[in-house]
Write a protein that binds this ligand. Structure first.
Ligand code: DGP
Length: 127
């Protein structure tokens, strides 16, 4: 089944400039901005500018240029946040929620980069 992209989702509206955002990085194909409900001192969302619903959609349908730009942007945001372990940072976690079980709230691909505090183990058994 093909993905249907909702042009009215909140990140599409951010990309069209209809809603303000706190930009951390913008490249040709990618935008990174601070999450409005941060779960840690560093909490940045990285999104492709193209209409992709989630990570597997992006993997299937994006061009090589978009994919390289996006992945490089993720690394660059980690550098800008100062969280890269190889450069003296304390580390970070990348999360990309998808669909119902992934509890995805906004249906436009985004990865969360979270850091600035100890994050605990990746998953708990709750609820
Ligand atoms: P999720 O789809 O569950 O992976 O998370 C969506 C995230 O998007 C959530 O952490 C809150 C954030 N968010 C929702 N609306 C806005 C918004 O208008 N601006 C920003 N910067 N973040 C938003």
């Amino acid at each position: 089944m093909a993905y249907e992209y909702d042009e009215q989702n909140i990140f599409a509206r951010i990309l069209r400039g209809e809603i303000p955002n706190n930009t951390v990085l913008e490249t040709e194909h990618t935008l990174a901005f601070r999450d409005t409900t941060p779960q840690a001192p560093d909490h940045v969302l990285v999104i492709p500018k193209g209409p992709y619903v989630n990570f597997d959609h992006f993997s299937d349908a994006a061009s090589p240029e978009e994919i390289v730009d996006f992945i490089r942007a993720v690394g660059e945001v980690c550098r800008l946040l100062g969280v890269k372990p190889g450069e003296g940072g304390e580390g970070y976690r990348i999360i990309s929620n998808s669909g119902k079980n992934g509890v995805q709230e906004v249906p436009h691909l985004h990865v969360h980069i979270v850091g600035g505090r100890w994050l605990g183990r990746i998953l708990t058994k709750t609820p």
